[in-house]
Design a protein around this ligand. Sequence first.
Ligand code: ASP
Length: 585
Amino acid sequence: MLRSHTCGELRLTDVNTEVTLAGWVQRVRNKGGLLWVDLRDRYGVTQLIFEEGSTDKSLLEKAASLGREFVIQASGKVIERTSKNDKIPTGAIEIKAETLEVLNAAKVPPFIIEDETDGGDELRMKYRYLDLRRNVVREKLQLRHRMMQETRKYMDAQDFIEVETPVLIKSTPEGARDFVVPSRVNPGEFYALPQSPQTFKQLLMVSGFDRYFQIVKCFRDEDLRADRQPEFTQIDCEMSFVTQEDILRTFEGLVRHLFTNVKEVQLGEVERMTFADAMKYYGNDKPDLRFDMKFAELNDVAQGKGFAIFDQAELVVGICATGAGEYTRKQIDALTEWVKRPQIGAKGLVYVKCNEDGTYKSSVDKFYNQEDLKAWAEKAGAKVGDLILVLSGDAKSTRKQMSELRLKMGEDLGLKDRNVFKPLWVVDFPLLEWDEETQRFHAMHHPFTSPKTEDIPLLETDPGAVRANAYDLVINGVEIGGGSIRIHDRPTQQLMFKHLGFTEEEAQKQFGFLMEAFEYGAPPHGGIAFGFDRFCAIFGGSDSIRDYIAFPKNNSGRDVMIDSPSTIADEQLKELSIQVELKKA
Ligand code: ASP
């Protein structure tokens, strides 16, 4: 080895030991006859001291020529520091250098490689390998590593078998566009990259694997956001001979295991809520339960009093912002402007302040007396000092707008504590979802999700009302995972495809292999997949999954470090029998 110790290892107890360290020069402080180097590696920083009068005359000179990020090797004796640094674990000692070797010089880095850096996002992405030298960045990937190891430990202990599935496959419908790869040996034909290993894991159940998992890359060509990447990682799982309850318990176990062993947090009870309730009370299928502000429907107490806007509304709904009764006129005006922005789309905002003296002050005092407002307050659970915020309109958009307002109030009132974790299973999702644009039903989860047996007759009469055996795991308003009990017989799968608007030929062409497999003894099965990058971000207390990916892509799906995607050589295109003619989108 080129070193005897790492740069994070030596302590007072090592004084007088002869050591050799190797690493990167973080900083040089030159005081003439005396020179210090902060030497960094993955494990920490150790101070080297070079003094005049040491055996090797050129030593000090050599040390003075070191630049930032030079890779060096130095040997010497561990000594006690006169002025100690209690901010770093090695701060009580330094190495009195006796030899110095430059293993590799370095150009001046484009930004400072320390926790506090002067590099902007784009620059750090371009030199991601330098950014990864920074502790704060590396630590995030170490957290990811721990989560991966603990996931494998738990899954293995539960008898799950890790199986790799292919990456060059054919379309798996998870609701996004496919990334495609041309096949050279089959001109004009394309593979699709998996949006998930869904069909393969189901086939493994038909094979009798019983319990499968894989930490796997998935690819979805979607519009990008802070919490989305074109390629991302799932903890993908499937089990045979289980009910929904078995799956929820098993994976609650995984989540608990990770919280205990990686984060040292004892996770409280994992609540359960139906999709219908989540929408009714939070306007959202992934409610953030770190704070209350449950929706209170006010139709019966707010309508019929002459306020036309409420009278004409399908839904009048309020939330109680605890302790916000002191909000000033200016703050409320700002909130009103906020809900009226096109992204939210509300027409206006009605408020009721619950005054200290027990009276109410509202923006609609003209139409409602104190008794009326008291009834609102009771419905919304508002007490003295609270603020009730009310929106109205058609039920669907009003719930959506109120959900946004609720989340904003949670943020503004400091209720989104990153150290509090509120896990929730949302269950009983609808099987199908109406798509206005294409004027037909889509699978809400994916087409392999089984409807609840008692709801199957509704497929003919009221498809939108059919509930699925599908569930999502939500933590703090973020969907961490989702899955379902699957269809495992050909007739039901065929029926499902029919309702999704597939012709029999289309269904056969795309998924004939799966339906055929169902005819060779498919066990009842179900599973789940966790968005691993998001899971890491939640653990790390961050909103961005990018920080938890070693080499992420930017908002336009580019890797600016390796400059990809890029055009390919004509020769390559020829081999693929492809001619590129770009059309305007
Ligand atoms: N394949 C699904 C997904 O990627 C998860 C599942 O149903 O297991 O969302």
